[in-house]
Each structure stands twice: as structure tokens, then as C-alpha cells.
Write a protein that binds this ligand. Structure first.
Ligand SMILES: Nc1ncnc2c1ncn2[C@@H]1O[C@H](COP(=O)(O)OP(=O)(O)OP(=O)(O)O)[C@@H](O)[C@H]1O
Length: 363
């Protein structure tokens, strides 16, 4: 296992350029701890696969260095980086049995039968493939084939890191949950350095100790699932994490801890230094930290546009002046008519300047 450091990494598919827009990856600096479980999360086209390919050696970055345990591997080909990769679709030998497929990476490196056999059985058992060991892969379902792929990636204990590129895409939704838990368990057992690429926030948040959120070729936040939820450092993170995402409302900072949203004043729990008046200022508040009360019971006058009952709670779409936002309310919250009062839990309000979180001073 190894720690992985990205030092001033940038990549343009058209080669060196003066134009920042040519870069699929902007300047990245990051260290992935030895034995850590990370998820790389972001929308399609944000640069996740490009970054993974730079780590694995399939791509040489236009700028910067990749270090494995302080050793510069930027110029090394994939075969010399000693990493395992698992892709979206199964990469296995159809004519081989499950046992032969799992054993292949070890056999290929000249490992003894006495070492191979117990390891294959151990891993097959963890993945629930123990009863299929002597079945040819071609007779198995797509799910089972992808399990073999995962097993092949996990079989060698000595790899520097295991890279997963959307590995559960072909897996049946029911099984996804089970496999994610198995991967987490395997990580705890073997302490591999794991990097898991996905655009699915549930997958990222359940798998990883730390999530790296990417947006337009940049890392916008590295944090625990809790930090991404409570303190999104960029409006994109607020919007992307959570279902529905964070409400982002343009506002004006009036004085210290008072802001004005759609002509109404909200008093925040923190005070903020003077802000450049030309800057874009926004309030970020999660739907879970808003509530509704009957009109006239304090709060901000708002209008109910729609109510979606999704079982354990309701998602209410309300209009605050010309802005629309989501509010998550309990199943028991009664609503009569269109008029309502919007209650803001200001202890969970975040303020953003030009999309970046600013920290206020406790009052
Ligand atoms: N081989 C290539 N040549 C030119 N441009 C590329 C190439 N591969 C990717 N790109 C561009 O680089 C940017 C980042 O792509 P990348 O595939 O890394 O994103 P991603 O986050 O992995 O997206 P997805 O989830 O859709 O795979 C995109 O604008 C993409 O069009």
C-alpha cells in the first residue's frame, strides 16, 4: 500500500496551453493517505476519469508530478505502478472458471499454489462466490461477473492502490447496496488505499471516509460525508450533495449579521466582515433546516407551490418573493391554503461569496 500525492497536476488533452479553458484538470494538489478509502465524486465531464488515469499511468499529465510514498512515478507506465483497476464493465476471462479468474493475477506473478488457493477461497467467500468457484464465468450473470472483476482487483495484497471507476454501474440496484457494504468491509480487513470514482452521491458517501468533490476540472472540497452536508465549501457542493440539494439564495449583507433575501431580513448567528459590494453573495440553507408554520406565526411570509409526499417526510416547494426553494417537513406538518411562514434554522445557514464559503465570527 502507498500514499499517493498529486503535486501541481494539470492536464490538457490538446497539450500545453496558455488558455485555462483547454485544461480538463486545473491545478490539483492532494495527498491520499496510505490505507484510506476515498471517493472521487462529481458530475459527468468534471475530470474524474482523467485524474484516475493519471494516477494509474494510462495518461501522463501535462503538468505536475504523481508520487507514490514520495517516489516520483509520473514517468512510469501502468505495469510498473503496481496498482489494481476495476472498471465499469467486467474485465474477466469468460472461458475460465471463477477460481481461475481470481487466481490469474497471482499466478501471473509466479505465486505458489499453496499461497494462491487459500487467498482465492478467502476472497470468493467474502464476495459470495464460493459456490461458483468451478463454474465458467460465461455461465454467470452480469452481477456475478462484476464480482469476479472486483475479486481480481482485490486479490493481490501488495498493490499500492486499488482504483475503481464506477464499478457498480452494471450491478442490479438491490445488489449495489450489498456490494458497497462488502467493499467497505474488505477495506477494513485489508486496509487497501482505495479510490472510488462515481457520480452517485449515495455510493460516494457510503463507501468513503473522505470524499473529494470535483467540479469543472477542480477539486472544490475534500471532506467527510458530514462536512459535505453541513459545511459545503462551494455552492456546487451544496447543490450536488443532498436530495434535494441546498437552497442557494442571492442576498445582501446589511450589517454584520443581518442579511436581506428578497427584501426580507434574516438575522444570522455569526457576524461577517464588510464584503466587497460588487461580489456575488448567497445564502446557503439545506431544506432540512427550514420549516413551515401557519402564516403570521413569525418567520418569513412565503407561498406554497407544491407538496411532494415521499413517505417519511414531505418536500414542499415554496416561493419566497421571486425565488423558489425546497423545505423538508415532517409527515405531520399540516398545511392549509397557499400562504405559509418560512422558519430558518440560522445555526445551519452558510454564506457564500463568489461561490466560496466564508466563515463568520461567533457572536
Ligand atoms: N481522450 C480525450 N480527448 C479529449 N478530451 C477528453 C478526452 N477524455 C476526456 N476528455 C474531456 O475531458 C473532460 C473531463 O473528462 P473525464 O472523462 O475525465 O470526466 P468524468 O468526470 O470522468 O466524466 P464521466 O463521468 O462522464 O466519465 C471532459 O470535458 C471530456 O470531454
Amino acid at each position: 500500500m502507498a500514499s499517493i500525492t498529486l503535486k501541481d497536476i494539470a492536464h490538457s488533452y490538446t497539450g500545453e496551453s496558455e488558455n485555462p479553458d483547454d485544461f480538463a484538470l486545473k491545478k490539483l494538489n492532494l495527498t491520499w493517505r496510505d490505507g484510506g478509502a476515498y471517493a472521487l465524486l462529481g458530475p459527468s465531464g468534471c475530470g474524474k476519469t482523467t485524474l484516475l488515469n493519471i494516477i494509474s499511468g494510462l495518461l501522463t499529465p501535462t503538468r505536475g508530478q504523481v508520487l507514490f510514498n514520495d517516489k516520483d512515478v509520473t514517468g512510469l507506465p501502468t505495469q510498473e505502478r503496481n496498482i489494481a483497476q476495476i472498471f465499469q464493465f467486467p474485465v474477466i476471462y469468460d472461458t475460465m472458471t471463477v477460481f481461475e479468474n481470481l487466481a490469474f493475477p497471482l499466478k501471473n506473478r509466479g505465486r505458489k499454489k499453496t499461497e494462491i488457493e487459500p487467498r482465492v477461497i478467502e476472497l470468493a467467500t467474502m464476495l459470495g462466490l464460493e459456490n461458483e468457484l468451478h463454474t465458467k464465468a460465461q455461465h454467470l450473470t452480469a452481477d456475478a461477473k462484476q464480482k469476479i472483476s472486483l475479486g481480481r482487483g482485490l486479490i493481490r495484497k501488495s498493490v499500492n492502490a486499488i482504483l475503481f471507476d464506477e464499478p457498480l454501474t452494471v450491478i442490479d440496484p438491490q445488489l449495489k447496496w450489498e456490494l458497497r457494504s462488502q467493499l467497505k468491509f474488505l477495506h477494513k480487513q485489508f486496509a487497501f488505499t482505495m479510490i472510488y470514482v462515481t457520480h452517485d452521491q449515495t455510493e460516494a458517501l457510503t463507501f468513503a471516509d473522505e470524499v473529494i468533490v470535483m467540479y469543472e476540472g477542480e477539486i472544490v472540497q475534500v471532506g467527510t460525508p458530514e462536512a459535505l452536508f453541513e459545511r459545503p465549501e462551494h455552492t456546487f457542493v451544496g447543490y450536488f450533495i443532498g436530495s434535494p440539494g441546498m437552497n442557494i439564495l442571492p442576498c445582501k449583507l446589511q450589517e454584520k449579521n443581518n442579511i436581506q433575501v428578497e427584501g426580507q431580513t434574516i438575522t444570522l448567528d455569526k457576524k461577517y466582515a464588510r464584503i466587497d459590494p460588487t461580489a456575488k453573495i448567497e445564502l446557503g440553507i439545506r431544506p432540512e433546516y427550514l420549516d413551515l408554520a401557519p402564516p403570521g406565526k413569525g418567520g418569513l411570509p412565503a407561498r406554497i407551490l407544491r407538496v411532494d409526499d415521499i413517505g417519511r417526510h414531505k418536500i414542499v416547494r415554496v416561493a419566497l418573493g421571486s425565488r423558489e426553494l425546497n423545505v423538508v417537513v415532517s409527515e405531520l406538518t399540516g398545511m392549509t391554503g397557499d400562504e405559509t411562514s418560512l422558519l430558518v434554522d440560522t445555526s445551519h445557514a452558510n454564506l457564500y461569496i463568489n461561490d466560496h464559503l466564508i466563515s463568520g465570527e461567533e457572536l
